[in-house]
Design a protein around this ligand. Structure first.
Ligand code: 3MF
Ligand code: MG
Length: 345
């Protein structure tokens, strides 16, 4: 049993292509994926705008809404809901140099068109969250953009979304690099800063992905805590990552169990989920996996969350307090290690 409700995006089950090699698994249809997600115990689906409405660039605004309504019917069929919609601005010929912070006015206009259509799709799917993973909002060549202007363009773009719909919430998913070299909004602290500069900070928060924090050299649990301290952690993407290298999206806990424990602990201790937030996963199956194992990384990640919830429920706060009073952090650390290893009693 878990106190959390879980969410997952269709891209979590993928064909295994990477930057250096082609796909290795057959595609699985969207309906087949969400049917399996429901069977696995997921409650909500994360969407890119074009996960919900493929080829949306070729459709009118009304056609886009009509397509989104078909997806809503599919969600209803499997008793699922939509968690958020994220404009996919990194895979388009209009956004080679980013969207909201592109040096081309035409590309910036396109990015806003996709952001507004994402809000339309969210409304049709019955959700009020827009996620911005700002994939190319930064630079490959440092001197190619003015970094102050870049941040201000982000803020203005978000203001546009807040104005377009008075109910929508914007969640920035920070990441320091990849596919770009330097991001304009790399960490949760930056997200809180951008939020504060918008016209309605109460509707601009963050979604923290474990791997993105690790890529910034930070502890994911502390990044979550930073958002929680501002009441602005509205989503998470749990996964794992071996150090500061290419983005790996490993199964949650696969690299660092203590960090996994402390992520779950900070979520549990701060009532994450009480306002309808989902524990989202953003994990990739290894390229080696055969098609029949396309969902195993998701099942494993969910299982680790639940195992860590059990560990958190056993966490001895009186013992923690005693060790803190004694400043005996060696014993506190060993206690945590033994708890995770199941050697605590
Ligand atoms: C990249 C990501 C993205 C986002 C997704 C939804 C493709 O590192 O984490 O996954 O999570 O776009 O915001
Ligand atoms: Mg993510």
């Amino acid at each position: 049993m878990s106190q959390f409700k879980f969410s997952v995006g269709p891209w979590n089950v993928h064909e295994g292509g990477d930057a250096f090699g082609p796909v290795v698994r057959e595609s699985i249809s969207f309906e087949e994926k969400i049917k399996t997600f429901a069977e696995m115990g997921f409650s909500a689906i994360q969407f890119h705008d074009d996960d919900a409405v493929p080829n949306m660039n070729d459709l009118t605004e009304e056609e886009i809404k009509a397509e989104a309504r078909k997806v809503k019917a599919l969600l209803d069929k499997y008793n699922l809901v939509a968690e958020f919609v994220a404009p996919r601005l990194w895979e388009d010929n209009h956004t080679h140099d980013g969207g909201f912070t592109s040096m081309s006015q035409e590309d910036r206009d396109f990015a806003m068109w996709r952001a507004y259509r994402s809000i339309d799709i969210a409304n049709e799917l019955g959700c009020d969250k827009i996620v911005l993973w700002l994939a190319r909002e930064g630079t490959l060549c440092y001197e190619s953009k003015n970094p102050v202007e870049g941040v201000n363009r982000l803020v203005e773009s978000i203001n546009g979304m807040l104005d377009y719909d008075s109910n929508i919430k914007v969640l920035i998913e920070p990441k320091p690099n990849e596919p770009i070299d330097r991001s304009f909004c790399p960490t949760m602290g930056h997200v809180m800063g951008v939020s504060a500069k918008t016209n309605d900070p109460s509707r601009v928060g963050g979604l923290l992905e474990s791997a993105h924090a690790i890529l910034a050299g930070l502890d994911p649990a502390n990044e979550m805590a930073f958002g929680l301290a501002f009441d602005k952690l509205w989503g998470v993407h749990l996964n794992d990552q071996n150090g500061m290298k290419y983005d790996q999206d490993k199964a949650f806990g696969a690299e660092n169990l203590r960090q996994a424990f402390n992520q779950v602990r900070v979520l549990v201790e701060n009532g994450f989920g009480n306002n309808g937030e989902y524990v989202g996963l953003d994990v990739k199956a290894m390229r080696t996996q055969k098609i029949e194992d396309s969902y195993r990384h998701l099942a494993n990640s969910m299982k680790v969350v639940k195992l860590m919830e059990e560990k958190v429920s056993k966490f001895d706060y009186a013992l923690q307090k005693k060790y803190i009073e004694e400043r005996n952090y060696e014993s506190l650390e060993m206690y945590v290690i033994e708890l995770i290893l199941g050697l605590d009693n």
